[in-house]
Design a protein around this ligand. Structure first.
Ligand code: SF4
Length: 719
């Protein structure tokens, strides 16, 4: 009789969370455990009125601030002690629990807090609301149900790190660096600001721009100009959809003070430099790598390399002779991070700090603006270069104190990434950090093992140009794209990642490349279903094919039986203006892009449908994940029967008996429900329909073991 029965439970987390339907009593036997993938910041200086709050980041990519009693409580969520035991064992002291959502209000220098206080003296309901809040914030995860009480041991509250005072800003001589889009600017600005500081220039950098309307952009930029009184402003024009926004920023600067020198640099500025310099608000364009040219401009030197500028009514161009390579790599590294940011929150605004490990590319994928030909045109870079091990290690050590995670995205095709990253990470304790790695190919088993063993949590993103294997391989064999993985290589990658609980996967296909057929739609659907059905949740980030400046496909679409909505500068500017003129500046997922379509309109329609269908599959899965979780456990038969009896009692109260229920699905046989506890979980779909038919939501929430219709397995919802 002691033998346990394995069952699966599906819990509606909305009911767990919604006050109206909340029946806290029903959840007293539930157990949670602390999310193992949490990062505790050493400082709270980025928070507005932080008091004793401690800032945390979770693998759900959210920030949350809590007071020390919450930290202590979280340590008690051990997966063994149920909620009732935890509540009963709460210490007399420290019963005021503060949990605060953290947001970025662009008006403030600090991250803004929305505090919620839970006073557990008011009973289990309040404690349960606190649990719901911690669960929603990804601080705890559900694991089990336990009927037997356990004596919890509460640790003492964790003391917080003292706040450091801000450094005063020296007015009048500054150089201000701004990005081109809302959100995070390129990390290249930080490398540039660091370089300028090391060479005696008082440089400041805004890394996170939260101004997403024309009015707020004006107001916010003017505030920065007022605060720093810069003599020179540098604006990054990296990605072409933001060109119009860069011109807007330059115009705001000149309107504030025509005497401020405005310098524009970055990939798009380097490619379209002749157009950019014609803008009346732009004084200089820096082409290619910018450190030395920018410093020369700041210091008023002559013979500046890589520069385009206006002099006595003429436009002067100097050749690109400054190029980052193995000889000057030791000059480029991060420093002065305490000094260069425009606000206390700025450095913390980015979840994963991008560490530059190299530049350029040896490939020339026909849709990409980053290939070797464009690199040569814009940067005079003949071949990619990898940064020196020592410089990159220095960056990691410098950044550790400010960030909760790192991002890398440089593994050259046909290059030994394993050895390089092993040398970079070796001996530096990165075990409390998140890591995001954008792979250009599929990483080896040894690399996955290295990353999983180095970081707390790893997101490995793999690049592929189609979900359909024949399509991928066709393009690669034609030499149009870099080498592509086979399905089996991708599956094997998923298999390996599945063995590491701290590794998450993302795939990044492109929709609508040439030589795509209906057969590829079928293959793509099949492949993604295979991944969904067999593996833990993974992320998919796929973009529709769009034109990029200088890419072969944008300029010669007709050769591939395609139509491109942009070829030259004017076309790209037109789309960029659409972004600038939007009421709210579009985020990355909703930017206006000039797309590239097939000449075959029927194929376009089917490709669009395919995109939507797969989007729905992915969304459905995401919703399921957000709304419910499933736990798998062993339970004593007696306990199961008791719970089943409770359900049966409820049904009887409603007058349910054998053969008594009918609904639009046809006859539903309630005998199974009433007959035996076994049917309670063996016949979940029917039980669900019966419950929906006869029991009110309030009563349903009282059923402690509410099984649901689901084909999903334990792994799928194992957070
Ligand atoms: S898409 Fe191709 S050309 Fe572009 S950066 Fe990646 S590998 Fe290089």
């Amino acid at each position: 009789m002691d033998e346990k029965i394995n069952i699966q439970l599906s819990i509606d987390t909305e009911n767990l969370l919604i006050d109206g339907l909340l029946t806290a009593e029903a959840y007293k036997t539930y157990c949670f455990k602390k999310n193992p993938y949490l990062f505790l910041f050493d400082t709270n200086e980025m928070l507005e009125e932080p008091g004793d709050l401690v800032l945390l980041r979770t693998h759900g990519d959210n920030y949350i601030a809590v007071n020390p009693p919450v930290l202590s409580l979280m340590d008690c969520f051990d997966g063994e002690t149920n909620l009732e035991s935890l509540f009963e064992g709460l210490p007399e002291e420290g019963r005021r629990f503060l949990v605060s959502d953290v947001t970025d209000d662009n008006k403030s220098e600090f991250l803004t807090l929305t505090k919620e206080e839970f006073c557990v003296d008011d009973g289990f309901d309040v404690f349960f609301r606190l649990v719901g809040k911690l669960y929603r914030a990804h601080l705890i995860v559900p694991v089990d149900i336990r009927w037997e009480p356990v004596e919890p041991v509460f640790p003492s509250p964790t003391p917080r790190t003292p706040v450091k005072p801000c450094k005063p800003v020296k007015p009048g001589s500054a150089v201000l660096l701004l990005g081109d889009t809302t959100g995070t600017a390129t990390a290249g600005l930080l490398y540039l600001a660091s370089y300028l500081r090391r060479n005696g220039v008082e440089a400041y950098c805004q890394w996170n721009d939260t101004a997403n309307t024309p009015a707020s952009l004006r107001e916010h930029t003017r505030d920065l100009l007022e605060k720093f009184r810069p003599r020179l402003v540098g604006v990054s024009m990296k990605w072409f959809p933001h060109m119009a926004r860069v011109f807007e920023i330059c115009g705001i600067v000149k309107a504030y003070d025509p005497g401020v020198t405005v310098v524009v640099g970055g990939n798009s500025a380097s490619y379209y430099y002749r157009h950019i310099i014609e803008n009346p608000a732009v004084d200089y364009v820096v082409r290619g790598d910018g450190e030395k040219p920018f410093l020369d401009i700041c210091l008023g030197r002559e013979n500046i390399p890589n520069a385009v500028y206006k002099k006595e009514g003429k436009i002067i161009e100097t050749p690109i002779t400054y190029v980052h390579d193995e000889k000057n790599t030791s000059d480029i590294f991060l420093s002065h991070l305490d000094d260069i940011f425009v606000s206390k929150k700025d450095i913390y605004s980015v979840k994963n700090f991008y560490i530059n490990t190299g530049k350029g590319c040896s490939m020339s994928c026909f849709y990409c603006a980053g290939g070797v030909n464009v690199q040569k045109h814009s940067f005079n870079r003949e071949k990619p270069f990898i940064r020196g091990i020592d410089e990159v290690r220095k960056d990691l050590e410098t950044v550790k104190k400010y960030t909760s995670g790192f991002m890398f995205d440089f593994d050259l095709p046909l290059y030994d990434s394993l050895d390089y990253y092993k040398q970079i990470w070796e001996g530096i304790d990165l075990s409390r950090y998140f890591c995001e790695f954008y792979f250009w190919t599929v990483p080896s088993a040894a690399f996955i093992q290295l990353a999983a063993g180095t970081f707390k949590h790893v997101l490995l993103s793999i690049d592929m140009c189609s979900l359909s294997e024949p399509h991928r391989l066709r393009l690669a064999e034609s030499g149009l794209v870099k080498p592509q993985p086979t399905d089996e290589e991708i599956i094997s990658f998923f298999d390996i990642c599945e063995t590491y609980p701290n590794v998450e996967v993302q795939v990044t296909p492109i929709l609508g490349l040439p030589y795509f057929s209906e057969e590829d739609i079928t293959r793509g659907r099949f492949f993604i279903s295979r991944l969904i059905e067999n593996y833990s949740p993974f992320r998919i980030s796929w973009g529709r094919l769009h034109a990029q400046p200088g890419a072969d496909l944008s300029e010669s679409a007709g050769r591939y039986r395609m139509v491109s909505y942009a070829k030259g500068y004017d076309d790209f500017m037109q789309y960029s203006r659409l972004n600038m003129e939007a009421e709210t500046y579009p985020d990355l997922d909703s930017l206006n892009y000039p797309y590239i379509y097939s000449e075959d309109s029927e194929l376009n329609r089917k490709t669009g449908q395919y995109f939507m269908d797969i989007g729905k599959m992915i969304n459905r899965r995401r919703e399921l994940r957000e709304k419910r979780f499933i736990i798998s456990r062993s339970v004593a038969p007696g306990a199961l029967h008791a719970a089943a009896d409770q359900l049966v009692g409820l049904l009887r109260e409603e007058g349910v008996g054998p053969g008594s229920i009918k609904n639009s699905d046809g006859d539903i046989d309630a005998v199974n429900v009433l007959d035996a506890a076994g049917a309670y979980y063996h016949n979940r779909p029917r039980v669900r329909r019966i419950l929906d038919t006869v029991i009110t939501p309030e009563k349903k929430a009282n059923v402690p073991l509410l099984a649901e219709d689901t084909q999903l397995d334990e792994k799928e919802f194992d957070f």
